[in-house]
Design a protein around this ligand. Structure first.
Ligand code: ZN
Ligand code: ZN
Ligand code: ZN
Length: 89
């Protein structure tokens, strides 16, 4: 685990877990996803950068919501897009 200075990760006190294991935006457009990420600002679950639509990173840029958590079962990590900071929990 590489720790880089990131005030966003430092500010996370409890991890938001996915309500449903699906990308809300892909469901709307009938697309598919590879992995899921949950926004730690608003709790929406969206698809990862390996997915064709990359909804989680688009959401982070458009909404200014920097931190996502993996929504994959068994994965326990956070990532901050603007700081490219990664943290396991
Ligand atoms: Zn950050
Ligand atoms: Zn998606
Ligand atoms: Zn969000």
């Amino acid at each position: 685990m590489v720790e880089r200075g990131c005030s966003h990760l430092d500010a996370i006190e409890s991890i938001k877990q996915p309500h449903r294991r699906e990308c809300e935006e892909c469901v709307k457009i009938g697309s598919y996803w590879v992995h899921l990420r949950t926004c730690q600002t608003c709790g929406v679950t969206l698809c990862c950068d390996s997915s064709p639509n990359q909804h989680a990173s688009k959401h982070a840029r458009a909404g200014g919501h920097p931190v996502i958590a993996s929504a994959q079962p068994g994965e326990r990590w956070l990532y901050c897009y603007p700081d490219e900071a990664f943290s396991e929990y």
